[in-house]
Write a protein of this length. Structure first.
Lengths: 163, 163
């Protein structure tokens, strides 16, 4: 885990702790790295409630309640799926805020409209409108797409916590 | 992610693919690192079904069906909890084999009988008796306990796949 990510993870934990908020994660392309970054920090257990690593579509549906319609109509890497993943993580946890990521880390899986590095993010918070974001991490290999995705997801949580 | 772990992850994926088996993970102290190691490898989506990052006790109960009795009588870091986590991951996924880890990564959380570095592992496979293992990773900091736990969990899957 690189230093920058760990510093960011510490900031997220501190901000959430200050607000008495718990965090859940819903990860596809990062496969657990966001939860791993947060829990690398000692004492994270008072903030991190749980994480959903929904690598398969079946997992997205069963663990997070992502709709079959969103998956078939828009695909696993889409705004609709990211939003439903974040909602699902909030609904199926004790967290106050949940972040979701779904993307194409590569090297395979790209389509014309979704190149390698395409990632959709979702952020759901109790009592707030959901936030979505879309990034294309260009010229990045699989490992870089994943680590950039982790950093962006952590920054979205930080922003939502108003820090 | 260190090279040794990635080589091991690749071996696990290859062995599972050969047998047509899917994998699920149930992680407490590693917080998603086992799933992250497996999914760091390109093409892992045909083998990795999902991961449960059950950091809180509530998550262990709700996501994996760990019994309140095991948690209160033996604790979150125990043979009983590790076994129930692995069973729960199998029962609540489409995986054929599931590995679980629950331990004390430190620096806090230790007790007299459970020093920092204490980790219980569980392995559940469709149609086989469950396997449990117990390790104490001594003289290791939080990050080392976690990475050693990932390696041991991957080696348990490899052994179960008879490689």
């Amino acid at each position: 885990m690189d230093k920058e990510t760990l510093i960011q993870a510490e900031k997220v934990l501190r901000a959430a702790r200050l607000k008495g908020m718990k965090i859940a994660t819903a990860e596809s392309c990062t496969g657990g790295l966001i939860a791993a970054a947060l829990t690398e920090i000692a004492g994270s257990s008072d903030v991190v409630d749980r994480g959903f690593v929904t690598y398969s579509n079946a997992a997205k549906q069963q663990m997070l309640g992502v709709s079959a319609r969103s998956l078939t109509e828009f695909g696993a890497v889409s705004e609709a799926t990211a939003k439903e993943m974040a909602y699902g993580a909030l609904a199926n946890s004790r967290a106050d805020i949940a972040v979701s990521v779904t993307g194409i880390a590569g090297p395979s899986g790209a389509t014309k409209s979704k190149p390698v590095g395409t990632v959709w993010f979702g952020l759901a918070e109790q009592g707030s409108a959901p936030i979505v974001a879309h990034m294309v991490f260009e010229n990045s290999d699989r490992s870089e797409v994943r680590s950039k995705t982790v950093k962006h997801a952590l920054s979205m949580i930080l922003n939502a916590l108003d820090v």
